[in-house]
Design a protein around this ligand. Structure first.
Ligand SMILES: NC(=O)c1ccc[n+]([C@@H]2O[C@H](COP(=O)([O-])OP(=O)(O)OC[C@H]3O[C@@H](n4cnc5c(N)ncnc54)[C@H](O)[C@@H]3O)[C@@H](O)[C@H]2O)c1
Length: 466
């Protein structure tokens, strides 16, 4: 097996690519950077760990995972098989038996039936935003970590919204449609510059905060409303209530998650609060806006324009599906003036795909080589300072176990004759994850530790890396 490279050390040739992918300027402020990687003060160079008892790492990548991700995984010396499509269930079951890692996008369903056959599987990489195609609970109960990339497309969404703000202010959609019909309609009435106008951002997270910076650079005044108190970027100002935002903003843009509290967050009452002739943009989730109420407000002239990228019901495939059968107001919505309708493309860019490839592959490498679960959607997030070259006779023991009383006592009895240099443990529901670095051990000691932990009734999975 080729020696695994440590990603903390192997980023130099790839630095430009990694830096050019979309990252949120607020990422550090919303989610502090992980303490993994060479950014931490190290006592020595990070050691490259390998499993004491396993064979080559085999990875199956389905659905044309971006080249950026494939490069990182092959660069580690793993055996990577990359296919352009998803697989029918029987073929998937046959292939998954043999691999330690599978990378998928949204079409591959990793159900309990499929995962039951995945006897060697350590980790699943969802090279996409959502993870509902995976049975997360079954995976967790069998010690299989799942990673995804929820924020790699934030910048793409923010840029789309900027485009829409200008397009709505200048009625570009209507002018373009008229020209496509052969109509020359040169008008300036109710067409505006965006400079000096107020943008109201609802939800100041990864996307909202990116947008804030871009909008301000174009001369807009930015206000935002969020359930959390957050420091504004630039001169952006947080307002205390949604109502305060709606009454002040010329453009209202929604960037909140889909939650019971955000369902129909913008309906008749909220549209009435908005300024006469203002604009509404929704690229968050389709349930956040009451679309019939929006149609009414646009017909009355209260709302001068809207852009929607998301809908309560969305087709599962491309085609002629955006009709009355899907959403009963479909035709009414299409008939309104100055409305931009896009098919959930906010995050759909080449850059976002590349960023997703990098983010998920990095997470997989950290998990395989170091046992670090930061960013996992189904296991507790656990990190431990990397072992260094100054620590040659250390082993990293990873024990995924049922979260039941008495486990740590038994584990520490097993560690009893060794020096545990550092140890961390956390749980999520029924599953707990323990990681410990043990010093002064040889291969025989590692086998003993492995066998003793394997024999515990609380065991879900044991890995020993050195
Ligand atoms: N159109 C697309 O292609 C596309 C792409 C990516 C994300 N999205 C969607 O965009 C939305 C925002 O994504 P993000 O990555 O910025 O999320 P995020 O989690 O980084 O930010 C969401 C923000 O909303 C705030 N919030 C939560 N509930 C709120 C409430 N009731 N009122 C006000 N603020 C509230 C949170 O505190 C947080 O700051 C999500 O719904 C996501 O699914 C859409």
């Amino acid at each position: 097996m080729a020696q695994p490279k440590d990603i903390a050390l192997s980023t130099q040739p790839d630095f430009a690519t990694r830096m050019s992918v979309s990252t949120s300027p607020s990422a550090a402020f919303h989610s502090p950077p992980s303490s993994f990687s060479s950014k931490l003060p190290q006592r020595g160079l990070t050691k490259q760990l390998k499993p004491f008892n396993s064979k080559d790492i085999k990875i199956l990548l389905l659905e044309n995972v971006n080249q950026s991700g494939r490069n990182i995984l092959t660069g580690q010396g793993y055996q990577v098989e990359a296919l352009k499509t998803s697989l029918p269930e029987d073929q998937l079951i046959e292939k998954i038996k043999d691999v330690q890692v599978i990378g998928i996008r949204s079409k591959t369903k990793l159900t309990e039936k499929v995962l039951r056959e995945a006897k060697n599987l350590l980790v699943i990489g969802c090279f996409c935003i959502g993870t509902n195609q995976v049975d997360l609970e079954y995976a967790a109960k069998h010690g299989i970590a799942v990673f995804n990339s929820p924020f790699a497309n934030s910048r793409s969404v923010a840029e789309l919204v900027i485009g829409e703000i200008i397009s709505l202010a200048r009625q570009l959609g209507d002018r373009s449609n008229e020209m496509h019909q052969g109509t020359w309609n040169k008008v300036s009435a109710k067409c505006w510059e965006i400079r000096g106008k107020t943008l109201g951002i609802v939800g100041y997270g990864h996307i909202g905060s990116q947008l804030s910076v871009l909008a301000e650079a174009m001369g807009m005044t930015v206000i935002y409303y969020d359930v959390v108190t957050l420091m504004g970027l630039g001169t952006a100002r947080q307002v205390p209530t949604l109502e305060a935002l709606l009454t002040e903003a010329d453009f209202v843009t929604l960037h909140v998650p889909e939650l019971p509290e955000t369902k129909n967050m913008i309906s008749t009452a909220q549209l009435e609060k908005m300024k006469e002739g203002s604009y509404l943009i929704n690229a968050s989730r389709g349930t956040v806006v009451d679309i019939q109420a929006l149609i009414n407000a646009m017909r009355s002239g209260k709302i001068a324009g809207a852009a929607l990228d998301v809908y309560p019901n969305e087709p599962s495939a491309n085609g002629d599906y955006f009709n009355r059968q899907l959403n009963q107001w479909g035709e009414d919505l299409r008939s309104v003036k100055n409305i931009i309708l896009t098919p959930h493309i906010g995050g759909s860019t080449e850059e976002a795909q590349r960023a997703i490839g990098v983010e998920v592959s990095d997470a997989l490498v950290r998990y395989i080589n170091q046992g670090v679960t930061l960013g996992s959607v189904n296991l507790p997030e656990v990190n431990l300072r990397s072992l260094t070259l100054d620590e040659p006779n250390y082993a990293r023991v990873i024990y995924v176990h049922h979260n039941v009383p008495g486990v740590l006592r038994k584990v520490n009895e097993i560690f009893g004759n060794h020096n545990v240099d550092k140890q961390i443990s956390d749980s999520r529901g029924d599953v707990a994850y323990l990681m410990a670095d043990v010093s002064d051990v040889n291969l025989g000691d590692m086998k003993e530790l492995f066998d003793a932990l394997e024999a515990l009734s609380s065991k879900i999975m044991v890995r020993v890396l050195y």
